[in-house]
Design a protein around this ligand. Structure first.
Ligand SMILES: Nc1ncnc2c1ncn2[C@@H]1O[C@H](COP(=O)(O)OP(=O)(O)OP(=O)(O)O)[C@@H](O)[C@H]1O
Length: 365
């Protein structure tokens, strides 16, 4: 579904790559956390998936498409399969909840009838059924993020990219957002979330990819935020230290091993809507956890590299989370906020402003 082959990204005017020889694969239905200190390359990774940036080296495949060869005119259509959520919500302040979600559908020319059906459905799914007439300033932060998520998923994207979606929320509200993302994932959407929130990562027990200075140093199935960092290049399965083969081999365990996420407090128990709200400690980005002199890991890796696979993870086939009763019966089609940035006739700031998380102001190459 997403494959990075020896991808490096060097922004112009910089001396160090934001991403350095990244080699990984994310399968349909996975829920992946991207962790790492500020500046380690998480947002750059997401921007590359979105084709907001081009790799300086290497190839990126997303949904069967090699992005280097994707013509610009096809990018908006490509992005219809991707939803994006940001830390700062990026709602249109002058539009109601309904209109914020409807706007992206209008941009791609969906009919009024379609919009009238799809928007209430998705708002109900994110728990905002009764608030569609409100304006963003009349909502809590968590509710605003739910609107942003509704906007991102109204077209049932194959992939949802979330850049610090809980970064502005308190722990209890974050738990609600994570529960929602879990449900979206259980309904078939691949979720990739960049985060500094150790409590969430530790409790969700999903795949964790850790970046340090643009390099993948850990790729752990059902991992935690603080697990010892393992330099992938040093974990040699083929006899060739740091070789292309060993990197390609250093992929997460096969889906056949079925990573059934352990019961997570962010996921409602089967047959119920109740979610235990954990009070997870917030942390800032950690310092690299390599042994200071050698750069070698300080403990045995807890993951097992395996060859590439093409089949979806078992967890996707058998969702750990029962879809909520409020989930829409039919999949509405629409457009992601990303695409709206490309195609919208006006330039509403919330959709067009350079995204701070993915495109920090003043840093565009
Ligand atoms: N447009 C840009 N132009 C130049 N350098 C950039 C640009 N975007 C990012 N960088 C640099 O690339 C590196 C990775 O940045 P990136 O935003 O991907 O990190 P991050 O892990 O997402 O950080 P954070 O957790 O703070 O959001 C940093 O050194 C950053 O300064």
């Amino acid at each position: 579904m997403i494959r990075f082959d020896q991808v490096s990204k060097m922004y112009s005017g910089t001396s160090r790559p934001a991403l350095n020889s990244v080699d990984l694969e994310i399968l349909k239905g996975e829920f992946v956390f991207l962790v790492g200190a500020s500046g380690s390359g998480k947002s750059s990774f997401l921007r590359l998936v979105l084709k907001e940036e081009r790799p300086s080296k290497g190839k990126i495949h997303v949904l069967g498409q090699e992005l280097n060869t994707l013509p610009s005119r096809k990018v908006p259509y490509f992005r219809r399969s991707l939803g994006v959520v940001f830390q700062d919500f990026r709602l249109l302040p002058q539009k109601t909840v309904f209109d914020n979600v409807a706007f992206t559908l209008q941009v791609i020319g969906k009919s009024k009838g379609f919009i009238q059906e799809a928007v209430p459905d998705v708002l109900k799914m994110v728990g905002l059924g009764g608030k569609q007439g409100r304006y963003p300033h009349e909502l809590s932060g968590g509710e605003q993020q739910r609107v942003a998520i509704a906007r991102a998923i109204v077209n049932k994207p194959a992939i949802l990219l979330a850049d610090e979606p809980t970064g502005n929320l308190d722990p209890a509200t974050s738990a609600g957002i994570m529960s929602l993302l879990s449900t979206i994932n259980a309904n078939g959407t691949t979720v990739i979330m960049a985060t500094h929130d150790s409590g969430i990562v530790d409790q969700m027990k999903r795949r964790v990819i850790e970046l340090i200075s643009g390099q993948v140093v850990r790729d752990e199935r059902a991992g935690g935020y603080q697990t010892q960092a393992i330099p992938v290049q040093k974990f040699d399965m083929t006899g060739g230290l740091g070789s292309r083969t060993s990197l390609a081999t250093a992929r997460p365990p096969a889906p056949e091993t079925k990573v059934e996420p352990a019961a997570s407090p962010f996921e409602p128990a089967a047959g119920t809507d109740s979610i235990e709200i954990p009070v997870a400690p917030r942390t800032v980005a950690p310092a690299p956890r390599l042994a200071p002199e050698s750069g070698h890991p300080t403990s045995t890796p807890s993951w097992v590299p395996v060859p590439k696979r093409d089949t979806p993870p078992a967890a996707a086939a058998a969702p750990a989370v029962a879809p909520t009763p409020a989930a829409p019966a039919a999949a509405p089609a629409s457009v992601t906020p990303v695409e709206a940035r490309d195609e919208q006739p006006e330039t509403p700031p919330a959709l067009n402003a350079p995204p701070p998380a993915l495109n920090e102001p003043g840093r565009r190459a």
